[in-house]
Design a protein around this ligand. Sequence first.
Ligand code: GAP
Length: 459
Amino acid sequence: MLKNTEKNMDTIVNLCKHRGFIFPGSEIYGGLANTWDYGPLGARLKNNVKDTWRKRFIQERPNSYEVDADILMNPRVWEASGHVASFSDPLLDCKECKMRHRADNLIDDFDPDAHADGMTKEEMFEYIKAHSIPCPNCGKHNFTDIREFNLMFQTFRGVTNDSKSIIYLRPENAQGEYVNFLNVQRTMRAKLPFSIGQIGKAFRNEITPGNFTFRTIEFEQMEFQTFCKEGDDSDLYDYFKEYGMKYYTDLGIDPSHLRYHDHEKLAHYAKAACDIEFLFPFGWGEINGTHNRTNFDLTRHQEYSGTKQEYLDPDTNEKFIPYIIESTYGLDRTVLALICDAYDEEKISDSDETRVVLHLSPAIAPYKAAVLPLSKKLSENAVKLHEQLSKAFMTDYDAAGSIGKRYRRQDEIGTPFCITYDFDSLEDGCVTVRDRDTMDQERVNTENLINYIESKIKF
Ligand code: GAP
C-alpha cells in the first residue's frame, strides 16, 4: 500500500483528467489558472459526497434545516461581516520578474516555524528583508512594500448604464445562513439550539498556486451553523469538532491521515477555532473548520440592517442574540482528500502486474457496479441486467476488451462491484460479482443482486 506522502500528485491529476473526474478549466483556450471542471465521474463523486453530508447533517440531525440562499447579496452584508474591511491577503510583487506573492507564504515556505500568521504587515516585511528571502520565481531579492489585497470578486449592477453599484460574489456561504436566521426560526418554529446548513459556491480571488483543486478561485462549501444560547456554546463546539472527524472517517478516510489543528491566533470575535487537516501528497492541508463565532455575526447584522436579530426564549421569556457554532466543509478539498486517500498502486500476487485502484467508499463511488458480458453473444441479456440495475443506482456497462482489462478500468475509477454475465448465467440466473478491494468473486442470483449491492453501498 502506498503511503499518502509517496503518492505523486501529478499522477493523481493525470488519472483525474484521463478518467473523466476533473479537467483543467477552459482547457481548449489554454486554461485559466486555479479553475477546474468536474467531468462525468467527478460530478457524480461530488454529488455523492453532498448526499452523504445532507444525510449526516440535515436528515439525521434534529432541528436542522437546509437553505439555498443567493450568491449575490446586499453589499451591506459584506460590510457587516467584516469582509469589505479585512478579508485580504498580504501581497508583494517582485520588482525584477513582476511575480506576485503572498508575504506569509514566502515566510512559511522559508521557515515553517516562523508563524507568519502571527505577524503584522510590517513585521513580515522586516522578516523577509532580514533573511533576504528570494523570489521563488527568479531568485532575486527586490520586493515592493506589502499591500493588503481584498479577496472578494466584485462586479457592478445597474439598472441604467450610469447607476452602477458594486456587488460581490460571496466569499463564503455562512452569511446566507445568518441573514435567514429569523426566517428559518419563525417558519420552522425552531427552538434553540437549531442549525441551518447550506451547500453552495463561494468565490475568492486567490493568487497563490492551488495544488490542483485544493485552492481555487471558485469552490463549493458545505456549511453548517448551529444557533445556541451563550453557555451551551463550548459543549457544542467540542461536539462538532468530533462530529466532523467522524464524518470523514465514515467516508472512509484513514484516521491516521487526519488531525486537528487548534488555532492559537483567533479572529477578534472568535472564542475558539479548529481545523481538521488531511495528509495530502503535498503535506497537511485544511479541509474543515469548526468555529465558535460568539454572537458577533448576528449582532453585526442587527447593527447594519437595523433589524432585530433576537431570539425569544419560550421557557424564560428572555430575549437575546444567539451564539453561533460554525462547522464548515470545503467540498472540493474533501473530494480531493477522498481521491488521494483512495488512490493506490498494488502489486497483484502471483503476477508481475500492478493495478491502479481507487478504494473509494462504495457509498460515494461514481458507479456502484459495472456489468461486463463475458462474450458479445451475451449482450442482449447483459444489457437487460444493466437496465435493471440502473433503475436502482449508477451502473456502468463495458463490453470492450478482455475481462482483465475491464476489471482494471473499473478499479481505476473506483467501481466497487464488477458483475460478469457468462454462459452459465443463461442457465442458472446467477452472475459473478467481483469485489474491487479483495478481488474475491461470488456467484449471486440476479433476483437478489439489487438488494445485495444496496446493502453494501449504504452510508
Ligand atoms: N464560513 C467560514 C469560512 O468560509 P474558511 O476556513 O475560509 O471558513 C471554509 O473556509 C472551508 O472552505 C475551508 O476549510 C476549505 O475547505 C474551503 N476553502 C477555503 N478557501 C478555499 C479555496 N480557495 N479553494 C478551495 N477550498 C477552499
